[in-house]
Design a binder for this molecule. Structure first.
Ligand code: AVJ
Length: 330
């Protein structure tokens, strides 16, 4: 037997880019359909243009926004165990990779044979991959621009040893789906990783209403700006004429549904045009922009079981704010 390299780090990685957004529903179509509904709504994936992604990173650093730093602390503490459970020669697929800061911890310890970040914003993805390639010159990256709120079929990545596929889905972004939608999404993940494949997923936990509402309506108004950027984006990209100052950010925790809802509330009777159509707003009428569902550990494990994921391990912080699950496709 010829001894292989002691570590993947002795190799040189390749970076490839794929775009799977071709043929996807457009921003314009979704905005028009969303504003025509009785409860106006726009899907949260449209938050993340270049400006929105920047604002999201600013949210992650806010004192009130506990999820990012709590999840980082949990992951840092258990990353050796996570890497050991995932094993060698992993193809690591990340959904909504964003700026890729959380990924660094895991990539550093896991040394995956291939890293596949999936991200809706091409600019954000390019920048994150550039930074990763500098930090980890040995890392093979196949970057995919895609919308993971719809089914995705990844291309075949050939020529790279893969013993196991794993999906990394941090940030509690799974909370943007309703529980029913989350089950459907997880079924897709299970099909992607195959039997014995793994899922490492961050899930925000139920807690005090005041703490939750502060996290989604911070004192500096960064979350408000993030939410209102959606209207700016419609004006910029779709030639809309929203008077953004005539709307306000609204976020509340619905205890019945265990979820944060974010809305853009019209302060006046007014109208705005998009794509040649006129949309009327009553005072107090809202555009629903996001849900962020919260679970107990057991609730999330039961939900994942419906998608035939076995809950192998779960880690939380001492205060029980956030959870990181390792699940295995059965
Ligand atoms: C990235 C979707 C998990 O729901 O907490 C942060 C987005 N929205 N503040 C969340 C978000 C408002 C975030 N996720």
């Amino acid at each position: 037997m010829t001894p292989g390299p002691a570590s993947r780090r002795e190799g040189v990685g390749v970076v490839r880019h794929y775009n799977l957004l071709v043929g996807a529903a457009s921003f314009l179509d979704d905005v028009l359909a969303g504003l025509e509904a009785p409860q106006k709504a726009i899907p949260p994936k449209y938050f993340y243009d270049a400006r929105g992604s920047q604002l999201f990173d600013a949210i992650c650093a806010l004192p009130e926004y506990y999820p990012t730093r709590t999840e980082m602390a949990i992951t840092e503490r258990h990353v050796d165990e996570i890497a050991r459970l995932l094993g060698p020669d992993v193809q690591l697929v990340e959904f909504g990779s964003g700026s890729g800061v959380k990924t660094r911890l895991l990539v550093d310890r896991l040394e995956p044979s291939l890293y596949v970040p999936i991200e809706i914003s091409p600019a954000v993805l390019r920048e994150a991959c550039g930074a990763l390639a500098i930090l980890f010159p040995w890392l093979n990256i196949s970057a995919v621009v895609a919308d993971f709120s719809r089914p995705i079929r990844l291309p075949e990545f050939v020529g790279i040893p893969v013993r196991r596929k794993a999906v990394y889905f941090p940030g509690s972004t799974v909370g943007n789906f309703t529980p029913e939608e989350a089950v459907g999404f997880l079924v897709g993940v299970r099909e992607m990783v195959g039997p014995g494949g793994m899922l490492v997923i961050g899930v925000d936990l139920k807690k005090d209403k005041r703490m939750l509402e502060a996290a989604y309506d911070d004192a500096q108004g960064v979350t408000a700006e993030f939410n209102l950027n959606l209207l700016h984006r419609i004006n910029r990209e779709l030639g809309g004429d929203f008077q953004v100052k005539r709307f306000r950010h609204k976020a509340f925790y619905d205890e019945q549904k265990s979820r944060i809802e974010m809305h853009l509330e019209s302060l006046y009777s007014q109208f705005a045009h998009v794509g040649g159509r006129r949309f009327d707003f009553r005072p107090g009428e809202t555009i629903h922009t996001e849900i962020s569902c919260k679970y107990s550990v057991e609730e999330f494990q039961r939900l994942a079981a419906r998608a035939r994921f076995h809950a192998e391990k779960v880690w939380t912080d001492p205060a029980g704010l956030f959870s990181v699950h390792l699940m295995i496709a059965v």
